[in-house]
Design a protein around this ligand. Sequence first.
Ligand SMILES: CC(C)(COP(=O)(O)OP(=O)(O)OC[C@H]1O[C@@H](n2cnc3c(N)ncnc32)[C@H](O)[C@@H]1OP(=O)(O)O)[C@@H](O)C(=O)NCCC(=O)NCCS
Length: 178
Amino acid sequence: MQASTSAAGEPALHGRVSISARAAGPSDVAALARLINRAYAIEAAFVDGDRTSEPELVDLDQRGDFLVIDRVGGGLAAAVYVRANQADGARGYLGMLSVDPDLQGLGLGRRLVALAEALCAARGCTAMDLQIINLREELGSWYRSLGYQEVGTAPYTHRDAKRPLHFVKMSKALTGPG
Ligand SMILES: CC(C)(COP(=O)(O)OP(=O)(O)OC[C@H]1O[C@@H](n2cnc3c(N)ncnc32)[C@H](O)[C@@H]1OP(=O)(O)O)[C@@H](O)C(=O)NCCC(=O)NCCS
């Protein structure tokens, strides 16, 4: 499906990124892995290695959608993974939200979260779930500013940790389309 959002509406983004988001395809996998690993390098203080790999992205794409915003002139500016919960279909999940470090703080992250929420609401989801590393306090604050609340914790499973840490689970109720 073609997803769309006004990503160039922010004055600082004008002419730097595509005007709409789109669903990623197989030809985007390499650029997607580069973008996500570059954005998640901020977690190198807590965990080892890259956040993701091309095989993992191909696998995830079978069960959900990567929404991306293109950089004008080539490359990806931002991406998010979104899917409806396969067990009950009523809860959406978003993850791997990544904005190129050169373009952070300009509204792209907020716009992709809004688009992921709209997509899940249109598919009948009544809530969105995500999880963050507990040590990312600024990120918890950022998601709270978007209406998410802490709802629990879970063991951290993605990479080898350099210090004790866990996931904080966050959720937000979604309002249906229209
Ligand atoms: C987290 C991330 C996705 C945010 O995207 P971004 O494009 O930089 O953020 P935005 O520009 O959309 O932020 C928009 C708003 O958040 C506000 N904000 C920024 N930091 C904040 C904070 N710590 N607390 C509350 N609000 C904050 C901004 O003021 C802005 O509000 P405004 O539009 O009303 O002025 C991005 O920084 C990133 O890719 N980080 C690395 C990867 C990562 O951590 N991903 C998330 C893992 S779950």
